[in-house]
Write a protein that binds this ligand. Structure first.
Ligand SMILES: Nc1ncnc2c1ncn2[C@@H]1O[C@H](COP(=O)(O)OP(=O)(O)OP(=O)(O)O)[C@@H](O)[C@H]1O
Ligand SMILES: [Mg+2]
Length: 411
């Protein structure tokens, strides 16, 4: 079957030339063309082309934003950027945004076709992996991402909820089962149900009463609530704090284990207190997102937590994430990295208006304000997680070492 391609270029002459060139090849089907950024996203959303050939100088919306939005609008499309220059920094930004490959203009038709074929192959492989049902084999189970911070109010739940929704959307959770689950481990004062405007019939408290002889995936499934807009499946915290005590480490281990059997990604929102149930989640995690902010108390606590986590787990398991990154408070990113001794994996900007409105309305901002900088950052983080974690724990190759960007940059 011919590879469907969308040509997105603001310059009429070059757009037409690309279309004409590509149409000569029977292996390629130019399904549409577009002349500016937003139009590209909308066409991609409805046509879902296999490949989007994107002009790096597209107007309306800049190429980086277009690529970021395409990750959500048409997650299975591979993006190839035609750029005027291959500056290291530019290429890095394109790659981080989610492009699969780039070509420097003027690019020979044969090179463009080769890139289309190669990216198409890579994307198909990734998609096949995403579609792999989870089976109960040690190396084929869902990845667990724990969001943790020793500092209360640092944004753990905001991140967990929006990341969950972003991943669920990117992985097509609405139409396919077994994609993304979110577990609220704030056993006393969980608020994920409010953040996502859920009306749960069951909570983890019910499971704790059933768990004596072990919990299986089928039983846990009955206690989950669906976030309808995204398809994210949520196990909410007890409705009142007095149930918290009944939830043991054993319950938490069993629940996470069961969720890993049926979901490709399991996100766990944790409380700031390092109680044994929190530790159970950190133990089970394949990745810990350690959240910090630009204030001295948070940094002090994060450093202590980091020291502890590094004694327990391998350094690659811990991803440092900065929330309210743009706050002007006299502490810089460099200070934070120097204090904690590790690089920052992601930065989430501060945006009181969007975050507070989103929480008040129970609508995650990755859905209600997808164009905001904060939503884009979370979407990008979601894609980095997908890239590294892949859908299954045994996914050795990330999309970044697909022979495209990485080879060109370092190989
Ligand atoms: N990037 C941000 N910009 C603006 N406001 C934010 C941001 N991140 C979090 N907030 C606000 O900070 C408050 C705390 O966020 P959140 O509940 O996610 O933190 P938490 O770490 O889960 O807290 P707790 O430790 O109580 O569970 C919320 O009111 C939220 O609106
Ligand atoms: Mg919280």
């Amino acid at each position: 079957m011919a590879i469907s391609v969308l040509v997105a270029d603001s310059k009429a002459a070059s757009r037409q030339e690309l279309v004409t060139q590509l149409q000569k090849d029977r292996g390629v089907d130019v399904v549409s063309d577009s002349r500016e950024g937003r139009e590209t996203i909308e066409i991609a959303r409805s046509l879902r082309p296999a490949i989007i050939l994107l002009d790096g100088a597209i107007t309306g919306l800049d190429a980086i934003s277009v690529i970021e939005e395409l990750q959500v609008a048409s997650p299975d499309s591979g993006v190839i950027v035609l750029t005027e220059n291959a500056e290291h920094d530019m290429v890095r930004r394109l790659m981080r945004a989610g492009a699969e490959d780039y070509l420097v203009r003027p690019a020979a038709p044969e090179d463009i076709l080769n890139a289309i074929r190669s990216v198409h192959q890579t994307v198909q492989k990734q998609r096949a992996a995403l579609g792999t049902p989870m089976v109960d084999a040690a190396n084929m189970r869902g990845n667990v991402i724990a969001v943790y911070s020793p500092q209360g109010g640092s944004g753990k739940s905001m991140l967990a909820a929006n990341l969950g929704v972003s991943l669920a959307k990117a992985m097509g959770a609405k139409s396919s089962k077994g994609r993304v689950a979110l577990l609220d481990l704030n056993l006393q004062f969980g608020d994920i149900d409010l953040m996502l405007n859920l009306t749960p019939e069951n909570t983890i408290a019910g499971l704790s009463q059933k768990g004596h002889s072990g919990l299986d995936a089928e039983l846990v499934e009955q206690y989950l609530t669906t976030h309808e807009e995204s398809g994210l499946r949520v196990l909410v915290a007890p409705s009142t704090p007095q149930y918290a005590e009944s939830i043991t480490v054993y319950t938490v281990e069993q629940v996470i284990d069961a969720l890993r059997d049926s979901y490709q990604i399991v996100i766990v929102d944790t409380p700031a207190q390092l109680q044994d149930t929190t530790l159970a989640a950190l133990d089970a995690a394949t990745t810990i997102l350690l959240l910090t902010t630009l204030d001295l108390l948070a940094l002090h606590k994060t450093r202590t937590a980091m020291e502890m986590l590094r004694q327990l787990y391998s350094p690659e398991k811990i991803w440092l994430v900065l929330n309210r990154a743009n706050s002007d408070v006299g502490i810089s990113l460099q200070d934070v990295e120097a204090t904690l001794g590790v690089p920052m994996r992601a930065q989430v900007p501060s945006d009181g208006r969007i975050v507070v409105t989103s929480i008040n309305e129970g609508k995650p901002f990755v859905i209600s304000a997808p164009d905001s900088a904060i939503a884009k950052r979370i979407n990008t983080l979601a894609f980095e997680i997908l890239g590294r974690e892949g859908p299954a724990a045994n996914n050795e190759s990330s999309p970044q070492d697909n022979g495209g960007f990485f080879k060109k940059l370092f190989g």
